[in-house]
Design a protein around this ligand. Structure first.
Ligand code: GTP
Ligand code: MG
Length: 199
């Protein structure tokens, strides 16, 4: 039997640009990754019931560091910098790649990933590469189709099925619809997070 966790508190802890700045207290972490502008920061605000806890923007490339939010004084939600943002310099992209690769593949407190894909789009090369890393890390992960409010119900089902199909070579995993505007998918995502934290 699963219960949806009660949210008591959520606050910003720190921004991490280099591996050595990562928290060392061993609290469990759930990471939120996806391409730039997919809606990672908006999803976190909706999930944590706070309109402006996490900075969002119409301009892609807003989040540039791993941003840690403490939830219920118990675990961390980690907002990823978006990938696939062409305007970044090569050295910035290299730094991103190094940080993410080390974090994804070698971070014991990290319990699972929420991988976001805009439900209207076919997963990109970058999405596929990210999913490959996530599979390699052998941690739990769930795919979330964001901005679900932008599609009709019929189109939404078709798009979720298409995402599943494109990612099928990496195995079977759930693809949940989500909308930061309407709150669709929030309870299901909380349930997944709770299961993941319990291990
Ligand atoms: P980076 O930090 O640049 O990687 O972007 P991000 O993935 O954090 O995206 P962010 O949450 O900043 O959202 C990008 C844009 O999409 C903003 O204009 C949001 O208002 C919009 N957006 C995010 N989620 C939704 C959603 O569920 N529905 C709709 N309609 N718009 C959304
Ligand atoms: Mg962001």
């Amino acid at each position: 039997m699963l219960f949806i966790m009660t949210l008591h508190s959520a606050e910003f802890l720190t921004s991490v640009g280099f591996i050595k700045q990562l928290p060392t207290d061993g609290r469990s972490e759930i990471a939120f990754s996806g391409r730039s502008n997919v809606g990672k920061s908006s999803l976190l605000n909706r999930l944590l019931n706070r309109k402006k806890l996490v900075k969002t923007s119409r301009t892609p490339g807003k989040t540039r560091t791993l941003n840690f939010f403490t939830v219920n004084n118990a675990f961390y939600c980690v907002d990823f910098p978006g990938y696939g943002y062409a305007k970044r310099s090569k050295s910035e992209r290299d730094q991103w790649g190094q940080l993410i690769e080390e974090y994804v593949l070698d971070r014991p407190p990290l319990k699972g990933f929420v991988q976001l894909i805009d439900v209207r789009h076919v997963p990109t090369e970058d999405d596929l590469r990210m999913v490959e890393w996530l599979t390699e890390s052998e941690k739990r992960f769930v795919v979330v189709g964001t901005k679900a409010d932008k599609l009709s119900k019929t189109k939404l089902q078709a798009s979720l099925a298409r995402i599943k199909r494109v990612l099928a070579w990496q195995g079977e995993f759930p693809v949940l619809p989500f909308s930061a505007v309407t709150g669709l998918g929030k309870d299901e995502l909380w349930r997944w997070i709770e299961e993941t934290l319990r291990g």
